[in-house]
Design a protein around this ligand. Sequence first.
Ligand SMILES: [Zn+2]
Length: 417
Amino acid sequence: MTSPRNSSQIKDNNVRTLLYAIKQNGPIAKRDLQHLTGLSWGAVSSLTGELQERGYVVLCGKQITSVGRKPAELDINGNDFYLVGIDLNTSALSGVVTDLKGRIVREWTRLFARLDYDCVMETLFSLLDEILLQEFPEKCFLGIGLAVQGFVDVEKGVSVYLPRVRHWKNVPLKTMIEERYGHYTNLMHDPDCLMIAERTFGAVCLGLSQNAILLRLDGGIGMSIMSNGQLHMGANGKAGEFGHVSVRKDGPVCTCGNKGCLEELASGDGLVRRFVEQVNQGRKTIVDISTLNTEGYRALAMAAQKGDALCMELFQQMGECLGFALSGLMNVLDPELVVLYGELANYRTLFFGALFEQMNAHLYTGIAPKVIFSEQGKDAAAQGAALVVADHVIDGIEITAELEQLAKEKEEAGKNK
Ligand SMILES: [Zn+2]
């Protein structure tokens, strides 16, 4: 175990430890905080007092219960500090305002009129203007988090590539947003934001797993990998490009240039491309082709549910390819849990049987991980992006030297008791 270098570091960590404990467990009594963090009563009292003074934490009222008086509890202040979370996805732009705990206060959705650089930036800025300059002007915003599809350079805050968006290359979103609004801004790949939301509010947070993978199934395929409780980013930040795992040596050519990528066989947009190919070859279908532009894969799913043979075959093929590719991943990563998220995942009955059959048939260990469907709402990626910024804010909280000294004395007095 590494020991902290000096007392200032100890106190600095203690104030954050307490705030994280309140964020995750609040409302919580001070006595329980003491047990949870292992800090002395004096240190808990003085540091939570400081957090209350600064407005991060509030005291919930004392309650009289049938077994006596329930002690006052501390919780995150949900009224004075806010974060913005944005999900920049080519199917829609979602925005949320959350408190420091990640609880959604309000939400917005915008569609893009066209998928080109000018239109996407205009839509993004108009949404941020509405949230930051019109809707909550008097409120205290602590930062902006963006969940971004495609390839993201997290360190530089650059959206390198956004699928299907014309003239979009190396867009320095972090700098552009920070210069325009003056708020700290952070970019992350959208499946990683979903994993964080899932960990905080969904199944992973229930302690089911420290080793999990999350798949976002929509127009494209996104993946996040959690290994021993940490996100696995890879040497170049490109880990999790599951959509470009090739499952057919001579399969259809993908947008990336390779052949037989999962994106072509098992994503929503890929399903539509395979469908059009088959119809052009003379296959019959009940799908009204004119609805494909607006409805995309949803039109195919509806038809499959009504028994359309071509659409049923495409979803069956999707399940087989996903299950086959997942088995390889299971053999390498050995996760306990696979979480499926996204609108395409909602049509599970059309592909889940084939997915399971193929996955189980190719598992080396024979032990299948638990596969669950996320119960998080449509704003989960935006919420996860805001949660990342909330942690950045907490990590940046400093306390004064006088308070550090006071907490240190109380901590030592507590130990000598
Ligand atoms: Zn590809």
